[in-house]
Design a protein around this ligand. Structure first.
Ligand SMILES: [Mn+2]
Length: 353
């Protein structure tokens, strides 16, 4: 079944006769358009892509199966003209601004408007073979960048420089950019789960956490590694080993039929049993694809069941304020029997001197 057919199946379930898509990754998934600025309008019979002058030629090349409509800057005006008959119209309520919702209401005065934010992301959660191959490439680019950056790290360097070197290697290898703002966090900053690279210099006696990823042909990768600079004390080794054990147990628990909650609990228990439960305050993982954060997740609330073809991160951490922290993250592909670990970068504690 094509993506558009699966989409119409979902529309049928929701009993809507049209759906408006403005989120770039959803548009790309359904149409193949990589230009970003387009609106899709899907009905039970037709599929339209609305874009302006700047993208018309690109859209014609990339999106042969859609009717392409040239608009001005305001896509919603043209949308109202083609969508006049629609009775129940779905839209991405998590993405449409208040202003644009007003335009939708004016454009479809007769229709019932329904916020259905997860319709396309639900379809995107199970990846097809081509998507999995692209994701493997995105992961490999990040793995290789990690191997390369390890050769260049020097005491006294700024976290920002390390982030830049990672990006440099990934872009040289074909990435169009980083998949999010990289986290390079050393010393006490490694206790900040989202400590983006700063001008802090790295010193001996510190953890250095690097969380980064590439965008390759639209698909994201996400990896975290923590290394130690200089000679670790016993507590550094202990915390690292607990996180690594939790990460391995989490991976071993990933299997079709398990909920995100069940997998999270397996890894979390290891950290709790070691006495560090209060220092692991985030979920175990998230799906990855055209967007860096997709559903389903691995966390204490996720009821969704894993299915073969989902690609998800496993990333436990321990963050001790004013001391430091460790996170280790791999991307895995859910298979028929369990999972296939996509990330190949080594994860035994690496000591840099
Ligand atoms: Mn992640």
């Amino acid at each position: 079944m094509s993506r558009l057919e699966r989409m119409r199946q979902q529309m049928h379930v929701e009993n809507i006769d049209a759906y408006v898509i403005i989120r770039p990754e959803n548009g790309r998934y359904l149409s193949g358009f990589s230009g970003g600025e387009a609106t899709l309008y899907i009905t039970t019979e037709k599929a339209f892509l609305l874009t302006d002058f700047r993208y018309i030629e690109q859209a014609k090349g990339e999106v042969p199966k859609f009717e392409i409509i040239k608009t001005g800057q305001d896509h919603f005006e043209s949308l109202a003209e083609i969508g006049r008959q629609a009775q129940r119209v779905g839209f991405e309520g998590d993405f449409v601004t208040y202003e644009n919702f007003g335009k939708l209401k004016n454009g479809f005065p007769q229709a019932e408007l329904l916020s259905l934010p997860n319709l396309v992301s639900y379809l995107r959660s199970v990846k097809d073979q081509a998507e999995i191959e692209t994701l493997r490439q995105a992961v490999k680019i990040a793995d290789d960048a990690y191997a390369n950056v390890l050769q260049t790290i020097e005491i006294g360097q700024k976290e920002e420089e390390i982030g830049l070197v990672l990006e440099y290697y990934m872009r040289r290898a074909g990435a169009s950019g980083g998949s999010f703002e990289f986290i390079v966090a050393s010393g006490v900053r490694s206790a900040l789960p989202h400590g983006t690279a700063s001008s802090k210099k790295i010193h001996l006696g510190e953890f250095l956490t690097m969380d980064f990823g590439a965008i390759y042909q639209g698909y994201c990768s996400d990896i975290t590694r923590t290394v130690f600079l200089g000679q670790p004390q016993d507590k550094h080794r202990e915390v690292y080993e607990v996180v690594l054990a939790a990460q391995r147990a989490g991976i071993a628990a990933v299997a079709p039929g398990r909920t995100g909650k069940e997998v999270d609990a397996v890894a979390r228990k290891i950290i709790e049993d070691a006495g560090y439960g209060d220092y692991f305050g985030h979920g175990l993982g998230h799906s990855v694809g055209l967007a860096i954060h997709e559903g389903p997740n691995l966390n204490t609330r996720e009821e969704r069941v894993l299915e073969p073809g989902m690609v998800i991160t496993v990333e436990p951490g321990i963050y001790i304020p004013n001391w430091g922290g460790v996170r280790i993250e791999d991307m895995v592909l859910v298979t028929e029997n369990g999972c296939d670990v996509l990330t190949q970068a080594p994860k035994e504690l690496i000591i840099l001197e």
